[in-house]
Write a protein that binds this ligand. Structure first.
Ligand SMILES: *Cc1c(COP(=O)(O)O)cnc(C)c1O
Length: 375
């Protein structure tokens, strides 16, 4: 399918791309290419595989799908944070980086570490405050956005912010993990690089860690491949195959998860034991207007703060029977987590905040379990 994806819906691309060439008797699925080295008699020949740290047929198939979904060229990595490390490696030494103050905790910790050793100069902003982000751009080199944010579900006005960054000659990276390529495509808006923790919705089954960067810029693509090759931040072939297997069903999974999340958010907003619900699909949510204008859906992540604070929140995670108390998100099984139990979680996240990753179980079963746990 390479090169023939134009005009196909993303749900179709997820299924149709990354397949072996159609010859009589050929396999429908790409192989898990488990080899560290390749037969290469004679001299170097362009395009002939040499070694497993440089190229792998299973990565290539997955990259064709992820590139097709995000409208660029994908490079896969060992995890989302390996992809994040490669993204920071694009930033020139000492450059100024503007980044969301409520970004994913490990991305924020890494940025702070790079700032502390002088590799970059970090300016933290509220990504939901478009004017504040714009004001931070003059003199900056990179703008790193995440939207919706993990776990506060704030929504950045990506079209406005990416346009402002381009006007100010600032390069843009967007962590699109929560939205997935089905809900927004930052490269189409002019972003330079998109990051995915494919561990989450793309692979979708909580059985693999994998990351990806996608770019339309051939020079950046080459630097990212070089980074992966020299630092050895490569995905395992089997992990790449699992992610490929998972991403085939992204369309139906996300559609169902999103529908269930919207229904649960509506009910939770009425629940007497819930003090606050964050979900961009709720009309009175702070991010609703921007999400409704810029995204093709509101996603399947919900955050709630039970009445009674931290203890009440912890008790909910101990009482659920169907929801699994665990970190991570985007899988087929519904997960619930009090984020601040993790010491590295930023204090911008309320102590009582429970992050809900809505899976594929029946909505009434999920509701009954949550309702009973909330008491
Ligand atoms: C999980 C996550 C990451 C990191 O990905 P890993 O696969 O865990 O390394 C980065 N960004 C966001 C938004 C995430 O949720």
């Amino acid at each position: 399918m390479t090169g023939h994806a134009d005009g196909l819906a993303p749900e179709t691309r997820a299924v149709a791309l990354g397949r072996p060439p159609r010859t009589p008797g050929s396999a429908v699925n790409p192989p898990v290419e488990l080899t560290s080295t390749h037969v290469t008699p004679g001299d170097f020949a362009d395009g002939v595989p040499i070694y497993g740290r440089y190229t792998n047929a299973t990565w290539a198939a997955l990259e064709e799908v992820l590139g097709g979904l995000e409208h660029g060229r994908a490079v896969t990595f060992a995890s989302g944070m390996a992809a994040g490390t490669a993204l920071f490696a694009l930033v020139p030494r000492g450059a100024r980086v503007v980044m969301g103050e409520t970004s994913y905790n490990a991305m924020l910790a890494l940025a702070r570490e790079l700032d502390a050793v002088g590799d970059l100069r970090l300016t933290l902003v509220d990504v939901a405050d478009t004017d504040a982000v714009r004001a931070a751009l003059p003199g900056a080199d990179w703008l790193l956005l995440e939207s919706p944010t993990n776990p506060l579900l704030e929504v950045a006005d990506l079209p406005a912010l990416i346009a402002a960054a381009r006007d100010a000659d600032v390069r843009v990276g967007v962590d699109n993990t929560f939205a997935t390529p089905l809900l927004q495509n930052p490269l189409d808006l002019g972003a330079d690089v998109v990051l995915h923790s494919a561990t989450k919705y793309l692979a979708g089954h909580s059985d693999v860690l994998l990351g990806a960067l996608v770019t339309t810029d051939d020079a950046l693509h080459e630097r990212l491949v070089d980074h992966r090759t020299l630092r050895g931040a490569i995905p395992g072939p089997f992990e790449a195959w699992l992610a490929l297997r998972g991403v085939r069903t992204l369309g139906v999974r996300l559609a169902r998860q999103q529908e269930t999340a919207a229904e649960l958010a509506r009910r939770l907003a009425e629940h007497p034991a819930v003090a606050r619900v964050r979900y961009p699909g709720l009309p009175d949510d702070a991010g609703h207007a921007v999400a409704a204008r810029t995204m093709r859906g509101f996603g399947a992540m919900v955050a709630i703060e039970p009445v009674g604070g931290r203890e009440a929140a912890t008790a909910v995670t101990q009482r659920v029977r169907l929801w699994t108390p665990a970190t991570s998100l985007g899988g087929v099984e519904s997960l619930i987590e009090r984020r601040r139990r993790i010491p590295s979680e930023p204090t911008t996240v309320p102590e009582a905040l429970l992050r809900l990753s809505v899976g594929l179980e029946d909505v009434e079963d999920l509701w009954r379990d949550l309702d009973a746990a909330l008491g």
